[in-house]
Structures are given as structure tokens and as C-alpha cells.
Design a protein around this ligand. Sequence first.
Ligand code: SF4
Length: 181
Amino acid sequence: MGLEEKAGNLGVITTTLESAVNWGRTNAMWPMLFGLACCAIEMMAAQASDYDLSRFGMEINRASPRQADLMIVAGRVSRKMGPVVRQLYDQMSDPKWVIAMGDCASCGGVYNNYAIVQGVDEIVPVDVYVAGCPPRPEALIHGIMFLHEKVKREKLAPRASDEALRLDAVGRQVATTGSRS
Ligand code: SF4
């Protein structure tokens, strides 16, 4: 039996393994269920009926880091919270991605003081930064779409952030208990 007879009228679709895997990853990217401050309200709005993040395969926020592959850091990160955020990240399975939502998570925002981490990238590798105080749901969705485009171009080889992860594990104590040099 020829290939045309097997495929019928559907035709033949060719793709690469990477494209197929990354297509699956972008269409079932489950965020972890947590929020740190006011930005989390906008994150919740993005998931509610008006904006409906479930359109992008993200309807389920997982309350366990073991079942999540996207960490949305929504809000300021206090120095005390830093080790907890890092532990949650470490507990997520690979591959995993991080979005810093809002000015506080991206760079400390208005909290330029000793108690607040001046950017969550001190603690975990960040893939996308979303500016705003707070960013509107549209901005978060734009950031997620941007992340999807990044993921579609990823190779199946170990990611650069995985390498950074090993480096971060060395620098973690500095990041969470000391000040940024
Ligand atoms: S960026 Fe603005 S809205 Fe978001 S956590 Fe900081 S102060 Fe709150």
C-alpha cells in the first residue's frame, strides 16, 4: 500500500522532532499556583473569563511544583521569601521556564531597599521580563506569547538556563542571604 493510500485525503505532514516537542510544550504550559504581591491580582485576572489564559493550554495552575513547568513570579520578592522561591524552582521538573512579572520581580521596582530582592534573576534564571506596575493582563499574555516563541526555537539539548542552574546553586547563598555586589 502506497503512502498516499494510507494517508487518504489528509495529505502528508512533515516536521522535525524538535518542532513537534516544542509545539506540545507551548500548548500545555502549566503555571505554578502562587503569587507574591499586587501583581498576582492581574495574573489572576489574566486567567479569569475576560482574558481566559486557558485558550493557550494554561487553564490549570498546579499547586505542586512537581507538576508545573512555568513559574510566574508575580510581585516583590522579600529576602526571606528568596530561598523559598528558589526551593520551589528546584522542585520543578525540567524543562521549566520563569517569567518575572512586574517591575518588582524584574528589578525591585519601587522597593529599592535591603529587604527586597532587586530582581528575581538573583535567585532563578528568568526567561521573560514583563514591565509594569502592575502589568495589565494583556502585558502578561504578551510575555507568555513571547516565551512560547522562544520555546519553539529551543533545541532538545540541555538549555542554557540548566547550565546557569548549576552555577546558581553555587551562588544561591549569596543571592538569598547577602546583598547583590
Ligand atoms: S510591580 Fe507594582 S503592582 Fe507589582 S508587586 Fe510591585 S508594587 Fe505591586
